[in-house]
Design a protein around this ligand. Structure first.
Ligand SMILES: NC(=O)c1ccc[n+]([C@@H]2O[C@H](COP(=O)([O-])OP(=O)(O)OC[C@H]3O[C@@H](n4cnc5c(N)ncnc54)[C@H](OP(=O)(O)O)[C@@H]3O)[C@@H](O)[C@H]2O)c1
Length: 249
């Protein structure tokens, strides 16, 4: 029997990268999985890839009306949510001095307001024993040049998750975070960097990593599975680093 047998799991931003790997793993462990995304092209590709594995729904994670509608529909269809992985996020890097206001607003909208809205909208359907996981970054604990706005959005998200963990504990709902280091996903291709700049960034980061390599989406998915399943039944308010030793070094 799978670790999530019979559970209903929602993965926001599950069309690529960490979310896609996690959706596959949760389904393999017996969960019924709903994933979301925003971009029509990646949604289409994910629908093909997850055929028979997960339901793929278009929903902008930072849009209040769309988030409410998403959870109302999930509530109507499944009547409960056992696992909620608030993973949708964007990483737009820029030097602090040159970070435009629009970058700040969009980053906060998707990375912070989105999970806030989603957790509130999901609350009526989260049962005793439910597990909520947010996706933060090592940038919440370690300065990353060029990522101050991104890291700030995720640090606030980590604080939101800790507060929710304490308040929701009496309802039997656990709230934790996975805190990835550098993971090979399409997110780096979405930054406004040339291939050379991306390679230089990757090289610089890799040199600081005790394990000497980027992680894979599946390695984060396995940490998310631990937090989603009853294996972590006594763990709440925790940020679980999956970072190749970056924060320890
Ligand atoms: N990769 C890393 O090194 C790393 C490190 C630390 C933390 N993280 C976090 O991990 C999470 C997943 O990132 P990833 O690396 O797997 O990157 P990714 O492949 O770009 O995945 C991001 C996912 O979020 C979705 N998404 C983005 N904006 C959205 C919106 N407004 N509404 C709905 N869905 C949206 C994307 O869907 P669309 O294609 O439709 O936009 C995609 O499914 C993010 O929160 C990121 O901050 C990543």
């Amino acid at each position: 029997m799978g670790k999530l047998s019979g559970k209903i799991a929602v993965v926001t931003g599950g069309t690529t990268g960490i979310g896609l790997s996690t959706a596959r793993l949760f389904a393999a462990e017996g969960a019924k999985v709903v994933v979301t995304g925003r971009n029509a092209e990646t949604l289409g590709a994910a629908r093909e890839e997850l055929k028979g594995v997960a339901e793929v729904v278009q929903s902008d994670a930072g849009d209040p009306a769309q988030v409410r509608k998403l959870f109302e529909e999930i509530g109507r269809q499944y009547s409960r949510i056992d696992v909620l992985f608030l993973n949708a996020g964007i990483a737009k890097f820029a030097p602090f001095a040159d970070s435009p206001e629009a970058l700040f607003d969009e980053t906060i909208r998707v990375n912070l307001k989105g999970p806030f809205l989603a957790l509130q909208a999901a609350l009526p359907y989260l049962n005793k024993g439910a597990s909520v996981i947010v996706n933060t970054t090592v940038g919440t604990d370690r300065a990353i040049a060029g990522a101050s706005v991104y890291s700030a959005s995720k640090a606030a998200l980590a604080a939101l998750a800790r507060g929710a963990a304490v308040e929701l504990a009496s309802r039997g709902i656990r709230v934790n975070a996975v805190q990835p280091g550098p993971i090979t996903t399409p997110i780096f291709g979405k930054m406004d960097l040339t291939a050379d700049q991306r390679d230089a960034f990757a090289k610089r980061i890799t040199e600081t990593l005790p394990l000497g390599r980027f992680g894979s989406p599946d390695e984060v998915a396995r940490a998310a599975l631990f937090l989603a399943s009853d294996d972590s039944a006594f763990v709440t308010g925790h940020e679980l680093s999956v970072d190749g030793g970056m924060l320890a070094a």
